[in-house]
Design a binder for this molecule. Structure first.
Ligand code: ADP
Ligand code: ADP
Length: 226
């Protein structure tokens, strides 16, 4: 089974705008996959649908064989999504945000705390654990969103422009962190509008424009054609 299988996914917003015009995507287990495209191409719409924030118009989605329409509960157990926008309770403490999230997935508190400690330390957030979310910088909030997406140990992690607006030093440390997760076996998909980021990290690339996939290949063969 592929980690992600999307067939003929379409999205027409209520104003009639066709943001996705029939997307087909298949991502193998263990892959590191880039969805590259300019602003407005449909990347966030695709991720919004995967995280149940946006309703799809038609098409099918499966994550490790679990169907979006008939088995959303199990699909969500295998999936972690890092959205582009911060949607935290700003007045909660960072560590509490993560423990609360873990509870939604039924992760026992003791395990949640151990995992949270590990990821806070890995991502350089440990000294912020008792700080309220609204005190964090943009880069810290983004790292906190990554911890939140990982706390139930998904097999597939999807990140929407994870390094947008992030300085070069933090960008490199996030790249290292994601590479390590992938080496440990996690399937990772990220969207980006920087070819350089895709090239650094990813083995496969799909290019999306105007709601359609216009290219889908290994990174190596794409780079050979440039
Ligand atoms: P859905 O089809 O998923 O129900 P809607 O078409 O109702 O979504 O739009 C959801 C929200 O997004 C609305 O509040 C709308 O004002 C807002 N919105 C409209 N156009 C845009 C846009 N171009 N980019 C981002 N958000 C938009
Ligand atoms: P990307 O993430 O690749 O920049 P998006 O998925 O955010 O692209 O947007 C794709 C297109 O859909 C854009 O033209 C955007 O303006 C439009 N769009 C996004 N949200 C809405 C909405 N709620 N209503 C109408 N149009 C929208």
């Amino acid at each position: 089974t592929p980690a992600l299988s999307i067939k003929q996914l379409t999205k027409t917003y209520n104003n009639g705008f066709e943001a996705l015009k029939g997307i087909d995507l298949e991502v193998d287990q263990g892959d590191f996959f880039a969805l590259l495209g300019p602003n407005g191409a449909g990347k966030s719409t695709t991720i919004g649908i995967l995280s149940s924030l946006v309703n799809k118009t038609s098409g099918t989605i499966q994550v490790f064989g679990h169907d979006y329409d008939t088995d959303l509960f199990n699909l969500k157990r295998h999936l972690g999504v890092v959205p582009q926008e911060f949607n935290f309770n700003q007045f909660e403490k960072c560590f509490d945000v993560i423990i609360t999230q873990a509870g939604y997935y039924g992760v026992p508190p003791k395990i949640a705390k151990e995992r949270a400690e590990y990821y806070f330390k890995e991502l350089g957030l440990w000294d912020k654990k008792d700080v309220t979310v609204r005190m964090l910088s943009g880069g810290m909030k983004r790292r906190l969103m990554i911890v939140r997406a990982l706390i139930h140990e998904p097999k597939l992690l999807i990140l929407d422009e994870p390094t947008a607006g992030v300085d070069i030093e933090l960008r490199r440390s996030m790249w290292n962190f994601l590479t390590k997760l992938n080496e440990q076996g996690m399937t990772i998909i990220l969207t980006t509008h920087y070819l350089e980021e895709a090239e650094q990290l990813c083995r496969h690339i799909a290019i999306i424009n105007h709601g359609q996939i216009i290219k889908n290949s290994s990174m190596r063969s794409l780079l050979n054609t440039l």
